[in-house]
Design a protein around this ligand. Structure first.
Ligand SMILES: *[C@@H]1O[C@H](CO)[C@@H](O)[C@H](O)[C@H]1NC(C)=O
Ligand SMILES: *[C@@H]1O[C@H](CO)[C@@H](O)[C@H](O)[C@H]1NC(C)=O
Length: 195
């Protein structure tokens, strides 16, 4: 048996539409979990800016002040076949190759040896900045790093603070590598769009 819906009078339908429009602008209605809103309501500017950041990354794997520590490996992982090793890093980022120069932040995260045939890392980490207007803001990086290539490019997949909605890429170039200890200084050029 078909139900009989009386047609709403035109003015009531209009008022209902208007009401739902207004309430959707104001906030989330109870029992809903999403809404559309204008970028300006989050204080976002109309245009994104492009920033270039340049610093040196110190990966210290040896000694009492190591900033990269191996936390796991496979049964088959060896010095000559490092596939399967995983490290956690808290690597200082400085304005010049000298580790004593001004520190602008840390690279915090993990890397894993993910190639059976070459020295190639999966890197998943944050640049946690500590300098000036960037202090407290971060960029998230997730990418492939074949460490013996001259230039490695890794995607910047997001950010926080001044880097909200960030996207871009990081270029890594080895500045110095100590074959004996495995310690490395890596030059980074990071290009990101953000508001
Ligand atoms: C480790 O850091 C401490 C404190 O900064 C320093 O005194 C010491 O010389 C460092 N050790 C090495 C091996 O660099
Ligand atoms: C960065 O922010 C922290 C926490 O607010 C503060 O303690 C620190 O002094 C700041 N560092 C710089 C270099 O501004």
């Amino acid at each position: 048996m078909a139900e009989n819906h009386p047609k709403l009078p035109c003015t009531a339908a209009f008022l209902l539409t208007l009401f739902s429009l207004i309430s959707s602008l104001a906030a989330l209605e109870p029992n809903t979990f999403s809404r559309h809103l204008s970028p300006s309501s989050l204080g976002l500017k109309k245009k994104e800016k492009l920033s270039h950041l340049h610093f040196y990354f110190h990966d210290i794997v040896a000694g009492e002040n190591a900033t990269a520590v191996r936390v796991a490996k496979a049964k088959t992982t060896t010095e000559t076949s490092p596939f399967g090793a995983v490290a956690v890093i808290d690597d200082p980022l400085t304005v010049s190759p000298d580790i004593g120069s001004k520190m602008v932040g840390k690279a915090q995260g993990i890397y894993a040896l993910t190639s059976k045939t070459e020295a190639s890392l999966l890197m998943a980490y944050n640049f946690a900045f500590m300098e000036g207007k960037y202090n407290g803001s971060s960029l998230g990086v997730m990418g492939r790093n074949p460490v013996f290539s001259a230039v490695r490019e890794m995607p910047v997949i997001g950010g926080s603070g001044v880097f909200r909605f960030a996207r871009g890429y990081a270029e890594a170039r080895t500045h110095a590598f100590d074959l004996k200890t495995g310690n490395a200084v890596v030059e980074y050029n990071v290009y990101v769009f953000h508001y």
